[in-house]
Design a protein around this ligand. Structure first.
Ligand code: SF4
Length: 364
């Protein structure tokens, strides 16, 4: 009888790998604000919220956002009852604002079901903004289901464990299959978090700490003598560029003119400085046509750059003093409100750039 039914050959070693990994994790786990303490039941709301905040974001950057969210909205029903502007405002600086809109839509959906998250991967996947990875993470971590979330850390660990000699984009399906083979029926959530911690703490992109790794004895990349070579990077294409303008119209008391972006599309509903559309051609000679008010505009030296998923943006910033009333569609943003107004990262950079390059004069 063939006992090894695994196409990837990991199943035969699974129990030993899982046991060593969990033993290491019980002693070395990272203490993260969204994690249940040992022996505590995981709260699906906190697991879901953390996984959404962690998408494209490091644990260190996500932690203060998570704390603010759970302090302001301790339950999914509280979050569902918040205004969209408040949720977008709390998200400001994390980027990817469609995530904030989906987060709010998902909270409303779960609240309408009595505040209970579904516990099966397929049902979780049907919620707004919950993709394959997030559904598997919630199913495993919050509900102990046998599921295999594959984030960037787990991808690297599994690719090295198998010494997959493929560019990472082509290796995705094999990595997912291997992670699924490894996922244990018991403590699946702990195992997934243990792999995440191994990826973050030991199996780093550069200088992996193989000597301390509980997977060292099974790791083909380690045996190869060059673990860093796995997985092979995918050949990247340079991102296209776009350019635009931003206008910093400042009043004597330091407030500046701002507006809210439309509720759909890039950076939906965030607050921004007035400015031009962002195009590949960039601002032309007639840039004044995009200014919100007639004023003595001055082009500030340097500019602001921000990488988005599909392009890199360069903004040229203009500054002027303006003490008239805010025109239709704009409002004055005072310095007390700036931190909570929902400015996106690129607009925070533009405001900081303008404030530095065109400092306020003390009143004479
Ligand atoms: S032994 Fe080294 S390369 Fe292999 S998983 Fe552990 S840290 Fe990564």
């Amino acid at each position: 009888m063939n006992v090894n039914v695994s196409p990837l050959g990991l199943e035969a070693k699974r129990d030993a790998i899982v046991e060593r990994t969990l033993r290491w994790w019980d002693l070395n786990r990272r203490d993260l604000p969204w994690r249940a303490k040992p022996g505590e039941a995981a709260d699906p709301y906190r697991v879901w919220l953390s996984e959404v905040l962690l998408q494209q974001t490091t644990a260190q950057a996500a932690a203060p956002y998570f704390q603010r969210f759970v302090q302001t909205w301790p339950t999914v029903e509280d979050l569902a009852g918040a205004s969209t502007e408040a949720v977008i405002g709390a998200f400001a600086g994390l980027g990817y604002y469609s995530r904030a809109r989906n987060l709010h839509a998902c909270a409303k959906e779960v609240a309408s079901r009595g505040g209970l998250f579904p516990d099966e991967e397929a049902d979780l996947r049907a919620l707004p903004g919950v993709g394959d990875y997030t559904a598997a993470a919630i199913a495993a971590i919050a509900f102990g289901r046998r599921a295999a979330p594959v984030d960037g850390n787990i991808r690297r660990v599994v690719a090295r464990l198998m010494a997959l000699d493929l560019p990472v984009a082509e290796a995705q399906a094999r990595i997912r299959a291997a992670a699924t083979e490894l996922a244990p029926g018991r403590r699946a959530g702990d195992f997934a978090q243990a792999l995440m911690d191994i990826g973050a703490m030991l199996c780093r992109p550069k200088n992996p700490a193989c000597a301390a790794c509980p997977l060292g004895g099974d790791c083909a990349a380690r045996r190869s003598g060059a673990p860093e070579a796995f997985p092979r990077p995918s050949a990247g294409r340079p991102k296209p560029t776009r350019a635009g303008t931003a206008f910093f119209a400042r009043r004597a008391d330091g407030a500046f003119l701002a507006r809210r972006r439309p509720p759909h599309g890039l950076l939906a509903s965030t607050v921004e400085l007035p400015g031009s559309a962002w195009t590949s051609a960039g601002p032309g000679e007639d840039w004044r046509l995009d200014a919100p008010v007639p004023a003595g505009w001055r082009r500030l030296p340097g500019g602001v750059e921000q990488a988005f998923t599909h392009f890199v943006l360069t903004l040229t910033v203009f500054a002027a003093r303006f003490d008239g009333p805010a025109p239709a569609g704009f409002f004055w943003l005072t310095s007390e409100l700036v931190g909570h107004a929902g400015l996106s990262s690129v607009m925070r950079k533009a405001v900081a750039h303008a404030a530095k390059a065109a400092p306020r004069r003390s009143p004479s």
